[in-house]
Structures are given as C-alpha cells and as structure tokens.
Design a protein. Structure first.
Ligand code: ADP
Length: 612
C-alpha cells in the first residue's frame, strides 16, 4: 500500500513541477499564509456587544458597516459583534468581562455606566437625523378615530408599551406624562407591556385593545417607507415639531446611542476605536460617529422616574428607609432605649436620694427638737437648782417682812387695848405693813417668774436692764450679798436680740458664782462688778470678782459638765451658760484677772442691729 501510494505522489509531483505557473502559485500561497499570520491569525479579538432590540437580522444590517469599518481601519484588531436581545444578557457579559465595547441605547448606557462604570467614547449620528444630541424620543399614538388628542388626556386610559425599561418605547413618554401630572403607575387605567418587536404596540392600538401606545420615534416613518398601509389610521398625540428632526414626536428628544468601553478594555483599543469611529466617513444610509454627547438629560429622566440607577429613590418610604438603614435605626433605637433606661434610673436614684434626704432631715429635726426640749428641761432644772441653793436665805428674806408685818400689827393691837392708838400711829403701822407686804410679794413674784418653764424666744432686750433685774433678784434672795455694781458703758443702748430670761439666767449664774468665790474674803474686800460695753458689732458683758480664783487644773476643766468645787454644787451652771450664749451666736469665756486675785467671766452677743 505504501509503495504504491509513494509512486502515485511522485508522478503527481513531476507533473506539477513541469506545469509552467507552479512556482508563481506557490509564491502567492506562501505570501498569503505570512500575511494571514501577521494580521488575522495573530490579531487580538475585540468583542463589540450590541443591543439588538429589533432582532439579530436588523442588528447585523444596522451595525455591520461599523464593524467592517473598524476591521479595515484597525487591522491589528479583529472586531466581532455579539448581539444581546435584552439588558440582562448584556449586563452579564459586561460583568464577566466578555465584551470590550458596548453599543446600546442611551437608557441602558446610563444604567450600566452607574452599575459597571462603562464609559462612552463616541455617540452615533444617524444618517436620517443628522444630529447626535437630539435623536431619540417617543411617539404616543392612538387610533385616528379616537377622541384622544394629547398626552394629558391619557389619565384613566389603557396604554401599550414595549417594556418597563424600554427607553423610547416607554420611559421617555412616561416622564412626559409625569410632567403633565399623569402618574403612569397610578393614573393610567392599564399599562400593557407587549414586548418586542415594537410593531406589537401598534397592532394593539389598531385592534383597539388599548386606547394608546408608546413607540420610539421614526418607527412610523420607517414602516410607512416600507409600505405599511395602516399608518395613516393612527394619530400622534401631542405632536411636536423640532427643527431638523424628521419624524413625528410627542416628547422631548434625547441623545443618540453611544459606544462605550468597559473598565477592562485596553485604553489603547479605546483610543484607537474612538479615533477610527470619528474618522468613519458619512454615507447616505450608513451611520457615523461624533464626540460623546452629554447624557445628563437621560440621568434626569431616570431620576424623575425613580428608575434605572435611581430606582433606590422609590424606596424612600418609611418601610423602604427602614429596610435600607436598619443597622442605623437599630443603633439609634438602642441608643434611645439606653437613654430612656438611663433617665429612668437617674430619676429613680434622685427620688430615692430625695426620700433619704427628707428622712434624714426629719430625723435631724426630731433630734433637734428633742435636744431643745432637753436643753429647756436642763435650763429649768438649773434654775430650780439655783433656787434650791438660795432657798435657805430665801425663807429668811421672806420671813423678815413677815416678822415686821407681825410686829406692826401687834403694836397697833397693843396701843388700841391701851387706848393710846392715835391716827398717826395707825397710818405709820399700815404704811410699814403695806411696804413689807409689797417687798415680800416682789420677791415671790420674781421667783415665780424665774422658775417658770418656758420655750425660748427672741426679743429686743436691754442687757443693762437684765443685769439690774438679776442683781435685784439675787440681792433679794440672799441674806447678805457683797456690793454688785452694774457699770453700763453703752450710753443706754445695750440692746441685743435675745431670750431675756435665758440671758438673765446666765448673768444670775455668773454673779452667784462670783459671790460664792468671794465668800472667804473680808466683807469690805468683796466687790463684784458687771461691765456692759459695746465692742465692734457686739455687746460685751464682763462679770469681775476679786475672789479666790482657780488653779491651772481647775481652770482647764471649767466648762466641763459636772465640774464643781462646791460641796452642794451640780457643775452644770457654766456649761448651760455657754450653750445659751452660743445658741445666741455669741461666745462665753473665762480669764484670770491680770492685776490680782479673782476671775473675769465674759460673754459677747451680736448687737441688735447686727443680729441675723
Ligand atoms: P456649780 O456652781 O454648781 O459648781 P458651775 O458650773 O456654775 O457649777 O461652776 C463650776 C465651778 O467653776 C465652780 O464649782 C467653781 O469651782 C468654778 N467657778 C465658777 N465661777 C467661778 C469664779 N467666779 N471664781 C472661781 N471659781 C469659779
């Protein structure tokens, strides 16, 4: 088999070599292979994703001139179109990086620009329109025999459209309706989305299935050109005229389709394609390209309709916001709850502390009341004790006027029985009796007044008068007293705001202690002086004696309760005096007389004008 095959090949080779054009054909074949290798076979592939909304055939016919131009202008690349029949397919291809260039309508472009960052490098100039800026709009049609004439009349009517995301086939007209106050979702009786091809919308209108239909601009004209007889049976609602725009129109116009590059596209390809497209010659029927148009009006449309990249604006309802911002809301709620709990806790603590404070205040008030009561009791006891100490001499004092009264009475009786009673003798006896009775009554009156149990008070009192009263009381009660001299150096205004009887008690105590301390001295050396004088804003009272005084140890314990050097003493007089004076905002202290024997007990009280 092999031998026979080799023989046939040899014969064929000999025939070919003998053939005159063999070498020329071989040369051409080799050159072609080299050329193919350097261009097509080794050229990098560039995939152009094309939105084929009218089907594959229409897309090929529309875009093959562009693909062919690119392949010719940029032989180092091999451009190939890939058709997508909906936005979803195109979106997936971009996401997976399967396309380098994208040709799509302005609506999808703006959506994918926001979603994938595709960016336009040129905008189409359709041959029949001639401008890129104002190229696409919507036409709203109704049957010529219907009453509808403009877009505002569509409220409550049924409308057919291509799809909710169709740009010319729905969105442009929807924005126009919205601007006229007709909210498509709410105010139209029905929006029927019939899908592509767009001719289905026209059919639905013609058949009377819907009151009106939305189609892109220039479709009617294309159909009329292709000889469709029924176009005349349709009416364009709210027709507009835009200079230079050759088709019927119901809305504003938007820029034409862009060609865009994706984020993955090699910048060198983007640059080369842009340049090649701008240089693409204008032909009578074919498309051409210009610099990228401004697609802001398309953004505005989506924003107004809360669609495409602005669909999130639809969610700005309480529920939508809650769904979007739930972590923030949760945080805020937690903060609020924490704040409420904190406030309640603080309120509770404040209330508890206030109650505690009230309780302790009440307890303090009760303790103070009890202390005041026991102090009053003590003062009373102290007064009674002074009286007890004086009671011996007191009995003697009262006995004296009584004896005198008795003597005078008996004298009168004796004179009467002798018949020697003269009117003068009766007058003298009665006068003496009355005087003595008055003296005894005065003593009793002062004792009763002094020993009476009473609550503390604050009155404007004269210290000199109080000292004089104390002197009279003590002199009246004792059998013998040394000279007690009141030296008022205030010029008659020794006024203080005080409890008079309490101050009197203090003076009585101090004078009596001074008398006790002087007891061992010869009567002519016993001398007690009570000096009252103003000192700064105070009144100063000094009780000075020339008695035995105290040694250092005794002096140190002077104001301690129950300290006494007297056999019948209680040792409460000075502590009580100190308490009384301090309760009046004053001070009580003792000093040894500098010049010689004896003590000086002083107390100061705020003068009347400076008492608080
Ligand atoms: P009592 O008079 O019952 O002893 P006081 O508290 O009045 O209680 O006095 C306490 C002591 O202070 C007295 O026992 C006395 O020793 C001493 N004392 C008070 N006043 C004088 C004074 N003027 N001179 C010397 N000693 C005094």
């Amino acid at each position: 088999m092999l031998k026979r095959g080799s023989g046939i090949l040899n014969i064929a080779m000999q025939q070919l070599v003998r053939y005159p054009h063999f070498w020329a054909i071989l040369r051409v074949a080799v050159l072609s292979v080299i050329l193919l290798c350097s261009t097509g076979a080794y050229a990098s592939n560039v995939v152009v994703g094309v939105f084929a909304y009218q089907g594959e055939r229409a897309a090929i016919s529309d875009w093959s001139p562009v693909i062919a131009h690119l392949n010719t202008a940029l032989p180092e690349y091999r451009f190939r179109a890939e058709h997508f029949f909906d936005a979803e397919g195109m979106r997936k291809a971009i996401a997976e990086g399967r396309v380098d260039l994208v040709i799509t309508n302005p609506g999808y472009y703006v959506t994918m620009e926001a979603e994938f960052g595709i960016s336009r490098i040129a905008t189409l100039v359709s041959s029949h329109i001639g401008t890129a800026k104002q190229a696409i709009g919507s036409v709203v049609i109704a049957r010529a025999d219907s009453d509808l004439r403009d877009l505002s009349g569509l409220a409550g009517k049924s409308v057919a459209a291509v799809a909710p995301d169709a740009f010319g086939g729905y969105l442009i007209a929807a924005r126009e309706l919205l601007r006229l106050g007709v909210v498509p979702d709410k105010d139209l009786a029905e929006t029927r989305f019939v899908g592509l091809p767009m001719a289905k919308v026209i059919d639905a209108v013609k058949r009377g299935e819907v009151d009106a239909g939305i189609i892109r601009t220039c479709l009617l004209e294309q159909m009329a050109e292709q000889g469709s007889p029924d176009v005349a049976a349709l009416r364009v609602l709210s027709p507009r005229k835009v200079e230079g725009f050759p088709c019927a129109l119901s809305t504003a116009l938007y820029p034409d389709w862009p060609i865009a590059v994706t984020r993955q596209t090699d910048p060198a390809i983007a640059k080369a394609v842009a340049r090649a497209l701008l240089e693409m010659p204008e032909t009578k029927d074919g498309p051409s390209w210009t610099v990228p148009a401004d697609y802001q009006p398309v953004h505005d449309l989506y924003r107004e309709l809360h669609a495409g990249p602005y669909a999130y604006l639809r969610d700005i309802t309480p529920q939508g916001l809650a769904l979007r911002f739930w972590p923030w809301l949760l945080g805020l709620t937690l903060l609020l709850v924490a704040w409420v709990v904190h406030t309640i806790r603080v309120e509770y603590l404040v209330q508890r502390r206030t109650t505690e404070l009230h309780d302790s205040l009440r307890a303090r008030q009760a303790a103070e009341t009890k202390m005041r009561e026991s102090q009053e009791q003590m003062e009373h006891l102290s007064r009674l004790s002074v009286l007890g100490e004086l009671s011996g001499s007191l009995a003697h004092e009262i006995n004296q006027p009584l004896t005198t009264i008795g003597t005078y009475a008996r004298t009168v009786l004796r004179l009467q029985s002798n018949g020697a009673l003269t009117p003068d003798a009766v007058t003298e006896a009665c006068t003496e009796i009355a005087d003595e009775a008055e003296r005894a009554g005065g003593i009793v009156q002062r004792i009763r007044h002094f020993s009476r149990k009473r609550a503390a008070a604050r009155d404007k009192v004269d210290l000199a008068a109080i000292a004089e009263e104390a002197r009279r009381l003590i002199v009246g009660m004792m059998a013998w007293t040394p000279d007690v001299h009141i030296d008022d150096r205030t010029q008659g205004s020794a006024l203080v705001l005080a409890d008079g009887p309490q101050i009197q008690q203090v003076l009585l105590n101090l004078i009596k202690n001074a008398i006790d301390a002087s007891r061992d001295l010869a009567p002519e050396r016993q001398h007690i002086q009570v000096v009252i004088e103003p000192a700064d804003k105070r009144m100063l009272v000094r009780v000075i004696d020339s008695g035995g005084g105290l040694d250092d140890d005794q002096f140190a314990h002077l104001f301690e309760p129950f300290f006494t050097t007297k056999p019948d003493g209680l040792g409460l007089g000075l502590p009580i005096c100190k308490t009384i004076i301090e309760a009046h905002g004053g001070r009580l202290w003792a000093e040894r007389n500098s010049g010689g024997a004896g003590m000086c007990f002083s107390f100061s009280l705020p003068s009347h004008e400076h008492s608080s």
